[in-house]
Write a protein that binds this ligand. Sequence first.
Ligand code: ADP
Ligand code: MG
Length: 704
Amino acid sequence: MNFIDTPTQKLFNANVFTTQAMQRRLPKNIYKSVLKTIKTGSKLEAGVADVVATAMKDWALEKGATHYSHVFYPLTGLTAEKHDSFFAPDGDGGAIAEFSGASLIQGEPDGSSFPTGGIRATFEARGYTIWDVTSPAYILENPNGTTLCIPTAFVSWTGEALDKKTPVLRSMQALNTQAQRILALFGKTDGALVSSTAGPEQEYFLIDKNFFFARPDLVTAGRTLFGAASSKGQEFDDHYFGAIPERVLAFMFEVERELFKLGIPVKTRHNEVAPGQYEIAPIFESANIATDHQQLMMITLKRVAAKYGMACLLAEKPFAGINGSGKHVNWSLGSSSQGNLLDPGATPHDNAQFMLFCGAVIRAVHLHQGLLRAVVASAGNDHRLGANEAPPAIISIFLGDQLTDIFEQIKKGGAKKSIPGGSLTVGVDVLPPLAKDAGDRNRTSPFAFTGNRFEFRAVGSNQSIAGPLVAMNTIVAESLDYCATRLEKDAKGDPNKLNAALQKLLAEIIKEHGAVVFNGDGYTEEWHKEAKKRGLLNLKTTPEALPVLRTTAVKQLFRKYKVLSTRELESRYETYLEQYCKSVAVETNLVIEMSHTMIFPAAVRYQNELASTCANLKAVGYKFDTDTLDKITALIKELQDSTAALERTVAESHATSLLAEAKHSCDVIVPAVLKVREAADKLEGLVADDLWPLPSYQEMLFIK
Ligand code: ADP
Ligand code: MG
């Protein structure tokens, strides 16, 4: 089945229990009730669930489903499912398909092995999955059958969030509440739900499966822990936007077909900067659905790659010296009646509103830069942030010259400097049309305004986008709350006073928080110095960034907007710190093992070959030099010493707390790992190719 035989229109949403499918199958009053829950977030009415469950089951059985699964998103960042059969013995030797409203609404997976950071001891292992009515159910296909998947939130029996979805839903509610207050100031009181929207661009690598399986580091850690630079790197930039190789294109077609069936609106595909690197991006959706779809996208990329004899690498930095992969999370907010609230409007009134939303984001990012850094912290992303190919670890905002100029004028009182069309007063003048391209081109900024949305580029390619979205939604909700409170007080409900109050508020915001705006090159040394002068944080590593989650400001923020309780926040802090330590430990063990069992034996074999050649030459009276043998011998010693040193750093670790352990991993173990790699990579450049046990960068990156 391909797109020639089956056109896209027939595929899109084919495997989704959409609202249209519900409308067709449900009694009118039930359908209306479900729709109300989806649109407004109201509670599901009693009696509705059973009817929906039956309709959903019938739909799924027609699609060949035998099982249903509550899908949830634990703190590992992965997707978890537990499958249950629809069928039960009917007592007469047959089987009937059953699916009650209760089974639809709530499930009880044995979640005892999911990380909870201490919220739930294993003896009270009960966690519940609860149907998220706002994210549609879908069918997952397998060559041998299909499964009905129901997106759910995962909570403990005490009601605490154990997953990534719950806080996304809560933060969206908080954002809606505060955005409504702002809209009301502008006379917009239709109450249409304001949602945050997200469009995540996903970067990934593809390599041939045979190379993948020949590398224990790729199989176990998802990235190469050894590997000398290939003689041809990415210096020619000939891969970017180049023609897509045939096998890769076939893979992309199939990925897109599978995603279309799941209702995921994939839009763009292209080669990325590094050889073997590609990007896929969907059209934006409501943040909650975009998050679920992003998880499905990662799973689909991996699954389909295998079918085409390839492995899809989602690690942030699979190859040293070659560009890493990120996930650019495009973020905005809007409603069905107001459209995108970060789109500059065509009237002064709309533009005043736009400037306010924009100002609120600037304030939010400045106040909570540490939090934004913390939510993208992971062992994998540490290798990317700060290297000169990804945004630096300093969080700043790129606004573009034009918008920056406008804010500068507001700061100076509104009329000092002229822009095309004269000077500008918020709420009186129309903004000049903002040039979009300028915003798009700055690739060094971690947080860029790109015409009608902000693009958070520090997110790692392997990460769930839930954390970044929760942070964005909540910090902007807080900022909108602050702005609404100020304007409600200063304008006292008088629309004539609103403009003056707004002008004053924006001037203040840009005075106090304008330090976070930076339009220049984020890679330069000068920026690092300048950022320090401006008081911006530069949290280079995960152990530096994660403790932000425990600061009073962050605890209060999440508590106030009922997104995460302090206990829930603490549990996340612990879980992520633990994950960091575990990732480093896994890689360390691998490096030690590969050094002993693969690199060292190859080097010694070659040394032996050289040594016997020397002995033979000597025996027949030839003159010879031992340059290579000397080098190999020295490098073998370097490999052994550095491996022994690494083993000592692991043994030495007597950390008394998780944070101390993470710091030890970061400051002592990771550099020691790199020393082993250094010796091994030098050996790779000397040892005979037929003796080297690992596929080379050259092979992995250029054989398509
Ligand atoms: P670029 O590579 O120039 O950043 P892409 O087209 O690859 O652009 O990706 C842009 C992403 O931004 C797409 O996923 C798109 O749907 C998303 N986007 C556009 N408008 C919005 C919006 N209002 N809210 C969230 N995401 C948006
Ligand atoms: Mg982009």
